[in-house]
Design a binder for this molecule. Sequence first.
Ligand SMILES: [Ca+2]
Ligand SMILES: [Ca+2]
Length: 658
Amino acid sequence: MYKSFLFITVFLLFFQVFSSQPVLGPRVEGQFIIRIGFDLDPFEIAESVGCTISAKSKSNLKKHYYLFSETTPGSADLEKIKEIDPKFVYNHVLNIHKKSNFNPVGEDYEVSDPLFEDQFHLLNTEQFSGRNGIDVNVEDVWNQGYFAEGILISVVDDGLLKSHKDFSSKFHAGYSYDYCRDIDDPSPPTIGDDHGTACAGVCCASDNDGACGVGSAPKSTVIGRRVICDGATIWDYANSLRDDCENIHISTNSWGPLGCTETSCSFESSTSIEKEAVADCIEIGRGGKGTVYLFAAGNEREYLGDSNQYELNSSPHVITVAALNIAGTYSFYSNTGASLLVTAPSSGKNADGQYVGISTTGMSSDTKCRSDFGGTSSATPLVAGVVGLIIESNPDLSYLDIQGILIESARQLVKEDPGWVKNAADYYFSHDYGYGLVNAKQAVLIAEDWESLTPIKNYIGITVNVGEQIPDNDEDGLMRQITMSTADQDLTIVSGVVVYLSIDHQSMGDLEIYLESPSGAKAKLASPIPTLKTTSIEEYPFVAKNFYGVNATGDWKIYVIDTVSGTVGTWIDYKFEFYGIEPRDLTKVAYDDSLPDPLDDDEEDDKDSIDYQQLLMYFGIGAGVLVVFGVISCIFSGKKKRNRRRKQEENINGTDFY
Ligand SMILES: [Ca+2]
Ligand SMILES: [Ca+2]
C-alpha cells in the first residue's frame, strides 16, 4: 500500500513541476529523470549512485522513467549507472515537460484482501498443493505501478452486482446496461445470476478494500452488461459487444452457444450483426486502436468440444482463452482447438487429484465471496485484466499488437506434451494451450518497446467451388489448395488463417478437417465427433491461429477426410482469408528466465513437474465427475440449458469439491 504522506509529498512536487503550461524554466537541482530497464532493480541502482527514488512515470511516457533525487546535495554519480545499464537515459528535471504522469514509488505494492492468499491464479505459492509459478506472473507488474488505472473493462454476462464492495468504487454507470430488461442497472435480478459478478471479480475486483480478493487489473474501471437471459435477441448480443466501443478498452466474454453435451454436438454460427459488431469495433474501438475482445474457449473437452465450433470464438479478431489447472496442465474441461490464442489458470485438479476452484467476488451480499468459480469463464477475465495492464504500460498498442504481445510472452508448459509444434517462424503452438500460459510481466516488458504490427495487410480470397463427394472412409479424403504467390498475397500472418467451408453431410461427425501450411505444419480444424448433429455448414469459418509470424507465400492445403464408413457427403466450396501485416520478420522475444521454462531439459529434475500419464488420469477422473454432475445439472437447470447462450462456467461450479 502507498504511504499516504508520501503520496501527498510527491503529488505536491509534481504539481509544481509538471502541472503548469509548458514554459521553459530552470532545472530542478539534485533531481533527475532516469530510465532503467524493466528487468533491473531501480531502488538498488538508485542507492548505488547516491540517490533515492521519489516517483515513477506512468503509461504516457511508455518507458520506465524514475525520478531520482540526490540523497545529499552533490551525492549523485549517475555515470555509474552506465556500468549497470548501458542503455540508461537521463535528463535533468526542468520546469518544462510535456504533461507527464508520475506515480509515487514507495515500498512494494501489498495486497491485504482476505482471499488474496487463495488466488493462486495471480500468485501461485504452492497453496492447495499447487505448482510454484503457475500463475499469470502479475506481481512484479503491480510492483512497477501498473494496475490498469483508467482502463475500461466491459464484462458481458448475466449481470454485475455493482453495489459489491469489490466494484462500488470503480463501477462505470454510463456504459453499463441491462439488455434483458432495457434498464441502466445491470445488477442481477436473482441470486442465480452470479456468473458475471464472479467473472468481473477475476479481472476487476478492487484491491485493499477488505472484501474478497483482487482482480488482475485491480484499479481498472468495470462496466457491467447484462445480456445472458431468456429472451435476449441477436440485437441485444450485438449491442452488448458494440455499444460505446469507441471508448472501451476491453470486452471480456465468458459465454457462448450451447456446443457439445454428452449426447449432442453442433457447429454454432453467429449472426452477421454480432460479427459486424466485433469487426467494427476492432477498427473504431478505443479511439481507433481497436477494442480488445476476449472469449472463453468453452468447457466441453470431454465431449470433444473444440473452440472452432463457436463462430464468435473462431474469429481472427478475438483472443480465445483456454484454462489450465493449479498444477500447470490443461483443465479437464478446457476445449481444444486451432483458434486458441492463450491459456490462463483456472479451476481443476492439483497434483494430489483434488479439485481447486477460483476465489473471487460472490453474490447475496455486498461483501460475499466465493471460492468455487472456474472454467474457461474464469480464465478469460483473468487475461482481460492482464490486457488492461499491458494497455496501461503502452496505450498506443493496437488490438493486433496486444495479440502479438500475448503470443510473444506466453510460456509453453509441459514439455512432455507432444502437442507443442513449432511453426515456420519458430513459434510453439499447441491445440490445448494456444501459445501458452499468459505471462503479464514478460508482456509488459515487451509492450514497452514493441514495434507496432503495421501496416495491416489481409488477403481475402474468393469462394471456390468444389462440388465433389467426399470419399467414404478414405484416409486421403479430398484436398484443395491455394497458392499464395502474387504481391497482394505476400504478407506475414499475425491473427490467423481463416478457411470458410460449405459441406453437406448427414454424418458430419465422420469428418476430420485440417489445414496444412507450406512448411507442412498443420492446424486441426475439426475432428471426428460421433455425437455431431450438424448436417450442413455454409461458409462456416474455421480459424487457425498457429501460423503467427509465418510468411503466407506458398501452397496452403485444406483436407476434408471422411473417417467412418456408411454415410457420405459433399464438399461444396471453400474460401481462404489471411490476416496479417506487410511482410516482415517478427522478433522472437527471449523468455523471462526468472520462470522455469518447461521446454528446458533441466526441468526434467524438477520435483514439481507433471507426469503426462498423471495428466491422463486427471482427465479420466474429471470426465467421470462431470458425467455425474452433468446429470444433476440437467435435472436442476433445464431452463439454463434451453437458453440459446450458455455461460462458459465449469459444469461442476457451485458444488463444493474440496
Ligand atoms: Ca477486494
Ligand atoms: Ca462416412
